[in-house]
Design a protein. Sequence first.
Length: 205
Amino acid sequence: MLDRVPTNPAPGPRSDWSTIGRPARSARERILAAATELFCLHGFATTGVDTIAAQSGAAKSTLYKHFASKDKLIEAVLEAEGAAWRAWLFTRLSAVEGGPQARLLGLFDVLEDWFADENYYGCPYINAISEAPQVDERTRCLAGTHKAHLLTWLRSQALELGRDPDEVARVFVVLIDGAIVAAQATRDPIFAQSARDAAEAYLAQ
């Protein structure tokens, strides 16, 4: 676990797709804000509640008053970050001009903006699952609920195109998640356009 608060933990100005950096007033909000920043920037497994309490300025007893366990705190972080990201994504997608194919391909242009952000840290759900034990079904369930929103949108675009909605959703999820991980590993947003090219070729079949 981290045994001290990082010297420079702040990720810079808040990005629209993240809750990091948003004003926190109550003790619960301060704890959640500190946990989000530390989990997303330093990892879920390596960040301990002592570090979170110290950075939030709250006593550990206060942390446990609001979040019964570290697992519950992780769940709260995932749900908050997921909701913020989905609101940002679907707002951006609603502004894409054209029909369903333009919207499907435009998704990758939106992802490229996400990947190019200086505060991009990947998908918190993918990160959490990669760190969690294989028997941790709760994290997978939370990730599945989050992903269901995107799958519903993808299927609706496929239906407008007259394509198999389940097949389109599967192909696009592979491209999206692959690009997310590749961009995080390399810090290169170009993977969004590589995924867009692959999606365009698939849709042209």
